[in-house]
Design a protein around this ligand. Structure first.
Ligand SMILES: NC(=O)c1ccc[n+]([C@@H]2O[C@H](COP(=O)([O-])OP(=O)(O)OC[C@H]3O[C@@H](n4cnc5c(N)ncnc54)[C@H](OP(=O)(O)O)[C@@H]3O)[C@@H](O)[C@H]2O)c1
Length: 289
């Protein structure tokens, strides 16, 4: 430990070095985090790698582009819309970022391993996983079909688990794992029952995984967006402008969320200042209740 402390850059103040030593003894790993843990370089450049599931459009695409701007090399993922995934990569590259894309259905554990393998081949490892892919099917209980119920379980719960399992196996020490849950877990609006239940699983997975990865300075959290203007929300069959306005009016900021609102929160959680948030669900909803 003392040797590690000696390797720290000189602070110019003996008292600071003594304080660091005391901190290291009280909380192993704290000094590393405070002086250069996860992504602790200043400014844009870092050599870290981030994989974002479901990043061909919507919230995931905004997160992928934001993390690329933050300096991450990024793996983009889609299930159907390969052209959109390729366009996200092109946009990142046009802004001098580095990205690849890989098609993989997160509800298939073999495909999830293939996705992580593709990332590792391209970038040599992984520091950040954003477990974002999800689907939503709305109906009252009496009308929910077996197929729609099963798809939500397959993608949101099983897929969420497969991605987190792979993240637990591969994310390097000091890394970050974030899952996109949903504020509907609190709102519990009619017709959202199965969807809300599947998104709640990500909050529970995250807090348990944070404990399992203890000692490695890997922070694991869920982000719970409110209503965000994406196809998932706007293209719900029968969605009306009136409903959109209603959600905006219920939000103190008087608008529904934009994808960048969520990308900013994820950027903070996986960036140099986010590491102490661990095992939490961060509600990012403009105050929607
Ligand atoms: N929008 C909201 O109001 C809102 C609110 C709270 C939480 N969320 C959550 O935020 C996340 C992103 O939602 P969004 O609004 O951005 O949705 P979106 O616009 O529909 O985008 C969904 C993304 O997930 C991908 N995806 C879907 N199924 C997949 C699968 N089986 N395997 C891999 N990728 C898959 C889609 O890929 P393709 O393009 O190839 O289909 C797309 O990239 C979801 O987990 C959602 O539950 C959204």
């Amino acid at each position: 430990m003392a040797d590690e402390i000696q390797k720290l850059p000189p602070t110019g103040e003996r008292v600071s070095r003594r304080t660091m030593l005391a901190a290291a003894m009280l909380a192993p790993g704290l000094v590393a985090a405070a002086t250069g843990g996860a992504n602790a370089q200043s400014g844009r450049a870092n050599d870290k790698v981030a994989l974002v599931t479901g990043s061909s459009r919507g919230i995931g695409a905004a997160i992928a582009k934001r993390l690329a701007r933050d300096g991450f090399r990024v793996t983009v993922n889609c299930v159907v819309n390969r052209d959109l995934a390729a366009a996200v990569v092109r946009e990142i590259e046009a802004a001098d970022g580095t990205a690849i894309w890989e098609q993989a259905d997160v509800s298939d554990p073999v495909a999830v391993r293939r996705l992580f393998d593709a990332n590792d081949r391209a970038f040599g490892g992984i520091d950040v996983v954003v477990n974002n892919a999800g689907v939503m099917r709305l109906a009252p209980f009496r009308d929910m079909t077996d197929e729609d119920f099963a798809r939500q379980l397959d993608v949101n719960v099983k897929g969420g688990f497969y991605v987190l399992r792979e993240a637990a196996r591969r994310v390097r020490d000091g890394g970050r794992i974030v899952s996109t849950s949903s504020g509907i877990t609190e709102l519990r609006t009619a017709t959202y029952g199965p969807y809300a239940a599947t998104k709640a699983s990500l909050q529970i997975f995250s807090s348990v995984l944070a404990k399992e990865l203890g000692g490695r300075m890997i922070s694991v959290n869920a982000v719970a967006p409110g209503v965000v203007a994406t196809p998932l929300f706007l293209d719900v069959p029968g969605r009306t402008q009136q409903e959109v306005n209603m959600f905006a009016q219920r939000t103190p900021h008087r608008r529904i969320g934009a994808t960048d609102d969520i990308a900013s929160v994820v950027s903070t959680l996986v960036g140099p200042d986010g590491g102490w948030v661990n095992g939490q669900t961060v509600h990012a909803n403009g105050g929607l209740v």
